[in-house]
Structures are given as C-alpha cells and as structure tokens.
Design a protein around this ligand. Structure first.
Ligand code: BES
Ligand code: ZN
Length: 622
C-alpha cells in the first residue's frame, strides 16, 4: 500500500513555514546577516579607485536605504573589508559601527548605528588582500603580457569582500559607479559600459535596473571593444579580440532567438567580456556584460552554447532571481532549459537532444555520487551552515532542467511557453523563492487539474530525493536507427575488436557533440592500443574543444595512455576553469603515481589559478 497516494490539494502539502514564505515578499536568507524587513538598501553610488601597486580597491559606497522599521540600526555583510569611517546623510555626520560574530564562509555582520530618519549611509573602505571576489593578475598572466588585470567574481557570496553590501539575492538595488584606474587600462562593470579608454582613466557606470549584489562586477585591464551587431559586442584583450569575434559571431542571433521565446531583452546592450584563462568559471551572467573564459574559443564555434546559457540568465536569474541560494535551481535549472531552447532554435533539434542526453547522464552521475536518498538531491536545498557554492551541482542545473522538461511534456510546449513568458513578465526585477514559484505554477498552469498534478508530481521533484520516475526526455536519438543509437553501435564495434568498416566512425561521428557522446559511452577501461586506435581516427588528444579534452583526458589518465601526457599538462596549466580541471586532478589522484604527477603539474599550474580554484585543489591534494 506504499504506493497509495492521497491527492491532497497542493497548498496543503506545503508546510506552514513554506506558506508563510510564499506569502511574504522577503524570504529569510541563511547566507546573509542583513535584516531587510527592518532596513534595506535601494541604491548604491560607488566611488572607488583601483590600485594595482598595493592590490587594493579603496573608496566609498554611498547607500540609499529604506529604514522600514524606523530602526536605530542597519546590518550589512562584511567580508574582511577595512572600514575607516561611516557617515549618515548628505551632511556626512560620522556615526558608529560594530561587528557581530564572524562565521565561517559568511564573514561578519556590520552593524551601523542610524536614526529612524536615515536615508543615506556612506561607508569608506579598503579591500583586504584576501578578498575572495578579486583576482589581481600580473602582466604575465594576461594574453598581452604587458599590463596587469583585475576582475571580480561575486556569485555566490563574495560581493561582500569588495563592497560593503546586503549580500543576499533577495535584495535588489540600482547602482551608479565612478571607477578610477591607471590611465592605460579600461574599466568595465555589470552596467552600461564605455567602448574606449579615456586619458584620465576615470569611468562612469549606470545600472538602472535593480539587481542583487551577486551581480555586481568589475574588470580592469588592457581591453578593447568590437561590435558584433547593433546591440551586441565583444570586449577582450587586443590579441584575443579577433578570434573571439569570429567564435561568437552568432551572439546577436541568440539574443533574437531568446526574445522570440520569452519576451524582450530588457537590459539594453548585451556584450561579452573574454577574460584571461584564470577565470574560474565557463561563464558568469553579469548584467549587460557576460564574463567568459577564453578557453571556450575552440576555433570552430563548437562551444558557443555557453553564450546561450549566460544570455538566458538575462531572464532566468537576472530578471527573476532566486530569493536565496537554497532556491538556486530557479536560476540554473531554468537557465539550462532556456539555453537548450535557444540552441534548438539556432542549431536544430538534434543538437539540443544530444545535450539533453548529456544532461541525463550528468544528473544520474550526480545522484549516484550524492546518494539517492540525500536531501541535497531535493531541488529545494538547505545549505544553512555550509558554503552555498557547494550547491552548484547538477541537481540545481539538471534536475532543475528535467523538472521543467517534465512539465513541458505534460502540458505541451505551447502552453508551457505561454506560462514561462508570463512568469518572467509578472516577476520581472523581483526575487522569487521556490515556494512562490510553486504557488504561481499552481495558480497559472495546474489550476486544480488533478490529472495534471498526478502526471507532474511536483512534490517528488522539489521536496523529494533522486530522480522521479516520470522524468521526461527525448528518446528519438537513442531509439533504433537514431543518431545516438548508431554511435552507440560504433562504440561496441570500435572497442570489441571485431572487424568493421572503420570509415563509418568518421562518417557518423562528426560534430563535437557526437564526439562527446561517443567518448562518454566508451567503456571506462580500454587498452593503450584501443586508445591509440581511437586517437588515430579522431585525434582527440589534439582537440581544442575543452569539453572533449576533459572527457578524453579523463580516459587517458584512467587507462595510462601516456601519449596524452604533455597535452594534459599543458591543458591544466593553461586552463583555470574550475569545473573543467578539478575532475582531472581527481582522476590522477586515484593511483599513487598519478597523485605524484598531479602534484608536479599543480606546482606549475597553481600560480595561474584563481584563489577559489587553488583553494579547492590545495584541499584536494594536501
Ligand atoms: N552563474 C553560473 C556560474 C556560478 C554558479 C558562479 C555558482 C558562482 C556560483 C554560470 O551561469 C554558469 O552556470 N556557468 C557554467 C556554464 C555552463 C553551465 C554552460 C560554467 O561556468 O561552467
Ligand atoms: Zn548558469
């Protein structure tokens, strides 16, 4: 009788706490000390100087606040800033401040004494050498090798290390900034941006839409701009710019495709900034200016779906934002869904379906690793007391994706698209909790239809572990005669040692996604001869596609295919993208000789990595 399910109306399934959360606009955030229900920020005027000599940002953050409760205190998040003075009002009357207890990952609460009438607070500060959001690069770490570079990475909770702020994704504010930099460098932010350098090295920025703090971003370097079309363009170091412009030539088309799906792009311009290779992510959706790693420039435009992803965040994430990091799937699951819809519109159904196949494998692997009863596999997570960065896994990304995909399948794409469009429109520039989304879903799509409820099983997806059995995905490519079915057959032929027409390999496995699929489904254990044979067919070892490199080098390490050793070493030294290098270190660590080699390579690579990256690998290899 275990399977007898009572179909109680959805709202009854929400606990009191969840109902309360759904009802109130402000949701409690376990990763911020601020108390926005009492006093909350609304606008920032930032005035800072970037000093490369002592690697410090210093200046003032002027906050317009809403003292809702007429309180005598406002609380900010502080991540090791050196604060010299805080004043109140336009007249800048000095006030006092204290710090609360420091907590691991979170820094400490900065408690500022205000009056019930306070509307303006000015905080004078300097950043600390350990600021987790900042990477200061020496010239050698850039493409041009002549000038230094600085960039920020604020998501999830690092904004507090370079600006005193209420560092919660549930709190939004507009901002203006004045940034002073050495006069041969350009400064860019997540805002309206300059296109050329000026001789004074003073730049002004304006973000007219309210954003959460994790979308505050700054980059300073020897950077140039080239337009792609009227509203899109690319910033990069001069020696990288032409290749980047070629690689991302489709970015304008992507914005058009995205608008056709879910409504107007509301931010004005959409530009890319290609960073130096130590950038620890593939991409970061900073408003108006997506930050991306140069390592996705494969030369053949094969990794551009990362742009679809970061662009999609202009709706899912930046326009409608997860209220807390426990609702992270609302950012990344929605974005993965949107990303694949953009890719389908531009590159066709087959490519999108192959991506879905990888997504399913990634989700299965994640659930296997975390355990299929683990609460961390719920879509709604609880990272209280932990670093929310731990929650950046394929539960949020791919279980989130498949939840939406399953709803799409249940109601039909047309209806689902109308629903999503309505969701973005009605929550534009707001932060939303999982419970608020579910209320909206019930009111606007399920509408009490109990058949539909049974089909979708919201509760199992959101507050249950593992992968619900009603997961929807396309089976076309894997069914008899389909593209992936054919490749699957070739995996068997190519590894079983049976005679077969080897020219089939190159004929059937052409696109980089097809190659990725082929490698993914190879048996984990292959002989050196088998590896060599495949390499002769496809030259995987020499690939410039980092997705293929990651998969193939993992195989090479596991199978002691030493032909790839040099390439692996170069890859690890030249690529700082965390999620693309840590798996290789982990693979090497599985044997004593591998561990030794990992440490040797790491010694050379570490100076190139971002603090976030080397801190993770230090822990791994210690
Ligand atoms: N917003 C994320 C990056 C992120 C997540 C930074 C959590 C800090 C904490 C970004 O949109 C992302 O998902 N990047 C991926 C892109 C990939 C999924 C196409 C990456 O960097 O690999
Ligand atoms: Zn993302």
């Amino acid at each position: 009788m275990k399977n007898l399910i009572l179909f109680i109306p959805f709202l009854m399934m929400l606990s009191c706490k969840q109902k309360e959360q759904a009802a109130s606009q402000l949701v409690e955030d376990p990763h911020s000390f601020s108390k926005p229900a009492i006093a909350v920020v609304e606008h920032l005027d930032l005035d800072i100087k970037v000093n490369f000599e002592n690697q410090q940002i210093s200046g003032k953050a002027v906050w317009k606040i809403n003292n809702k409760a007429k309180s005598n205190e406002i609380i900010f998040d502080d991540g090791q800033l050196n604060i010299s003075k805080i004043t109140l009002g336009a007249e800048e009357k000095e006030t006092t401040f204290t710090y609360g207890e420091e907590k691991e990952f979170l820094g400490r609460p900065l408690k500022v004494v205000i009056t019930p009438e306070t509307k303006l607070i000015t905080i004078y500060y300097t950043t600390n050498a350990q600021a987790s959001a900042l990477q200061w690069l020496n010239p050698h770490q850039t493409a041009g090798k002549k000038r230094p570079y600085l960039f920020t990475q604020s998501e999830s909770i690092a904004a507090r290390s370079w600006i005193p702020c209420q560092d919660s994704p549930g709190i939004r504010f507009t901002y203006n900034a004045t940034v002073s930099v050495p006069n041969d460098l350009l400064a860019l932010m997540s805002a309206e941006n300059p296109e050329v350098k000026n001789s004074k090295g003073i730049y002004h920025f304006k973000q007219i839409h309210p954003i959460p703090s994790y979308l505050l971003a700054l980059a300073v370097g020897d950077i140039e701009f080239k337009a792609v079309d009227k509203r899109t363009g690319i910033y990069a170091e001069p020696s990288v710019l032409a290749n980047a412009v070629y690689e991302f030539a489709d970015m304008g088309k992507m914005v058009n495709a995205a608008e056709k799906l879910y409504g107007p792009y509301r931010w004005g311009r959409y530009d890319l900034l290609v960073l130096p290779p130590s950038f620890p992510f593939g991409g970061m959706e900073n408003p108006n200016l997506t930050f991306i790693t140069p390592t996705v420039i494969a030369g053949d435009r094969s990794l551009v779906s990362i742009i679809s992803h970061e662009l999609a965040h202009s709706w899912s994430g930046n326009l409608v934002t997860n209220a807390t990091w426990n609702d992270f799937w609302l950012n990344e699951g929605f974005t993965n869904y949107f990303e694949r819809r953009i890719d389908e519109a531009i590159f066709g159904k087959t490519e999108a379906q192959i991506q879905e196949e990888f997504a399913k494998k990634a989700l299965e692997d994640a659930v296997k690793e975390m355990g299929d009863t683990s609460k961390d596999t719920y879509l709604k997570t609880d990272y209280t007391g932990r670093n929310p960065d731990e929650g950046t896994n394929d539960i949020a990304y791919e279980k989130g994706y498949f939840f939406l995909r399953t709803i799409e399948e249940a109601v039909g794409r047309e209806k689902f698209d109308v629903f999503l469009r309505g969701y973005f429109d009605s929550h534009a520039f707001q932060s939303v909790s999982t419970e608020q989304f579910l209320l909206y879903l019930n009111e606007n799509l399920i509408k009490g239809n109990s058949d539909l409820e049974k089909k979708i099983r919201i509760n199992d997806w959101v507050y249950g572990p593992g992968i619900p059995s009603n997961i929807a995905y396309s089976k076309d490519l894997l069914s008899k005669g389909g593209k992936l079915w054919k490749i699957d057959g070739l995996v068997v032929s190519a590894t079983k040692g049976l005679p077969f027409d080897t020219s089939m390999l190159k004929r059937e496995i052409v696109t980089s996604n097809e190659k990725k699929f082929f490698i993914t489904y190879l048996p984990k254990k292959l002989s050196v001869e088998q590896m060599k044979f495949l390499d002769e067919q496809f030259n995987f070892t020499g690939s410039n596609n980092t997705d293929i490199q990651l998969l193939w080098y993992t195989m090479a390490i596991g199978n002691h295919y030493t032909v790839a050793d040099k390439r692996i070493e170069d890859y690890l030294i030249e690529n700082g993208r965390m999620w693309h290098i840590i798996p290789l270190y982990k693979e090497m660590m599985k044997t004593p000789e591998g561990l030794k080699r990992a440490k040797e390579i790491y010694k050379k690579a570490r100076p190139n990595y971002h603090p976030m990256t080397y801190m993770a690998i230090d822990k791994l290899l210690k």
